[in-house]
Write a new protein. Sequence first.
Length: 225
Amino acid sequence: MLEISNLSKAYPTPRGELPVLRDVSLSLQRGESASIMGPSGSGKSTLLYIIGALEPPSSGRVIIGGDDPFALGPKALAAFRNRAVGFVFQDHLLLPQCTVVENVLLPTLVGEPLADGRARALDLLGRVGLSDRLDHRPAELSGGEKQRVAIARALIRQPPIVLCDEPTGNLDRESAEAVASLLLELHREQKSVLAVVTHSPTLADRFGRRLELNEQRLAPRRMAS
Ligand code: ADP
Ligand code: MG
């Protein structure tokens, strides 16, 4: 499903290239989940952006569902992302002027029409426990609630790949665990690939594969002794 090989990434800066990832390989099959830990600035978000076809690698290959998204033109690439990747950003990125249900429906406003979009949005919002908040604006929700809306939005098109960048970073422990449980439950139902960046070892341990970025390399996480 997801195959990245010998991936490297460097950002151009005024003082020359900043190497971030070096020779990173990872393959995740349908139904697999992985957590990615690593110090701040180690390239976790960069890796997730590349896996989600939001940012091209400097070298190496990214194959998602048998296709190389970066071989596509800009329009086809945008359509591909919309169809194949659900992204939960650390800062939920909900539109403040839209209601909860409108935010969840955003990905259905572009690309292929989704016939049962509203029914699916209501179902997902029920799953994340927000059935009674459909017409609220993001400002009326707590951090955990906003994050649950962002999860429903990421899943509206049932993408085969779900990527979350510190989805529980701003939440207290109880909300963080609830959000993680929800992500895992929906992941098991949909048999998607799920990759989650987190700073919490407790959360990281709940995912099938436990990975760590360190000094530009991705490796299985060393367990604390
Ligand atoms: P993490 O998510 O692990 O904190 P990031 O992937 O955000 O790390 O960043 C890795 C490194 O790349 C950092 O040193 C960061 O400053 C740098 N970086 C991230 N995005 C850019 C960019 N667009 N241009 C230049 N440098 C960047
Ligand atoms: Mg980051």
